[in-house]
Design a protein around this ligand. Structure first.
Ligand code: FES
Length: 218
């Protein structure tokens, strides 16, 4: 009766031989199968890195590339005073003719400021319309949606979200020269150049990153 029960239930688990991988021996820290698995994953990871890393580098490289700076004379220092702005036209991007030209309002800096000359972009910080300087009101007015900026270019009315952009300035051989464009925060602190409508202060620096090919602030 007991023999019949054994035949029905089969051998107990303890009695079965262990099903180890081929070549396995007692005391081995890593089986051959495990070793092949790890090696396969390593080769796969290496192949993936070879494919992905160049693409990532290609995508990120423009962020770290510093473009060549273009400086252009816009007149002798005697042309500009501290109490009003003069409009100037100059080349912002070389090699594309008239399309590379832009305009700015330039004045002499005050003794309180750091810049000897102030060059303010005519491009509205809302959607980019050209602003006008109203000498009588000492302010900049945008004809598109009524944006108004004070004498420093800070927003005092309308939809713009930040001050007007500026350009670097310097004096060479008695000539005022204008260089790369940069944006400013509401405290007129320089930041990397932004497109119209983008905030520049605080956390917005990171939410709206600058263009990859734009120059650093002075
Ligand atoms: S573009 Fe200047 S206020 Fe809208």
């Amino acid at each position: 009766m007991a023999d019949a029960a054994d035949k029905t239930n089969g051998p107990t688990p303890e009695a079965l031989p262990k099903s180890e991988p081929a070549g396995y021996f007692e005391g081995e820290s890593m089986s051959r199968r495990r070793a092949f698995t790890v090696a396969g994953q390593a080769v796969g990871g290496l192949a993936g890195a070879i494919i992905v890393l160049p693409a990532v580098g290609f995508a990120l490289a423009p962020i770290f590339k510093e473009p060549d700076e273009v400086w252009e004379s816009v007149g002798p220092t005697s042309r500009f005073t501290a109490d009003t702005y003069k409009p100037v036209v100059f080349t912002l991007v070389e090699g594309i003719g008239e399309a590379g030209k832009t305009t700015a309002f330039v004045r002499k800096g005050t003794s309180a400021g750091n810049d000897p000359y102030i060059a303010i972009s005519t491009r509205c910080a809302h959607l980019g319309c050209p602003v006008n300087f109203v000498a009588a009101a000492k302010s900049f007015v945008c004809p598109c949606h009524g944006g108004v900026y004070d004498f420093e270019g800070k927003v005092i009315g309308g939809p713009p979200v930040r001050p007007l952009d500026r350009f670097q300035t310097r004096v060479r051989n008695g000539q005022v020269q204008i260089g790369p464009r940069y944006s400013v925060t509401s405290h007129l602190q320089p930041v990397r150049y932004r497109d119209p409508g983008e905030y520049t202060g605080g956390i917005w620096n990171y939410i709206y990153p600058p263009r990859p090919d734009t120059p650093p602030p002075p």
